[in-house]
Design a protein around this ligand. Sequence first.
Ligand SMILES: [Zn+2]
Length: 190
Amino acid sequence: MKENLIDIEPEELVKGEKKLPPEDLARDLVPSDDLILRTELDEFDFKNPPVSPEYIAHVLAHSIIRYNGLGLACNQIGLPYRAFIVTGNPMLCMFNPRIVGESEEEVYLEEGCLTFPDLFIKIKRPEVVRVRFTMPNGQVDTRNFQGITARCIQHELDHLNGILFMDLATEYHLEQAKNKRKKIRRRNAK
Ligand SMILES: [Zn+2]
């Protein structure tokens, strides 16, 4: 099966587009109070794409590398497209992702978010998810994910629905994370 690999030259992927210098593709994160982070993004229309999905994949890839993140959703960098990227080997860029199955077992894991630096919140979610998504080349795929990848996918999918991770945290865990953030920042300030 053809992977939605993005570790090849952008010129090869961005078919029909003019060549783009790779170093120009990364975009800045929007501020954490930007309303686009609270917006439920519309399905990406592959029949009539507003912009090349391969191009979006590259923008996400360059941006996540710049910020050294595990996952990044389009709205975090100000793009109103229903797509995100998660790191791994290869990176996976998913359009219109849908969770079509999940394990009964839920686990607590500490999550971070590029939009909220130094905030690591314990959140409970299913350990395994089955996800249907469209790859940048338009092919639809369904796969199971577990561990940190499953966690990232659930976090990023929430972004596409305008949901932020603190929405899901207990008051106690959010408080705990904020205290820890203070300590981290105090330590970094020294
Ligand atoms: Zn996030």
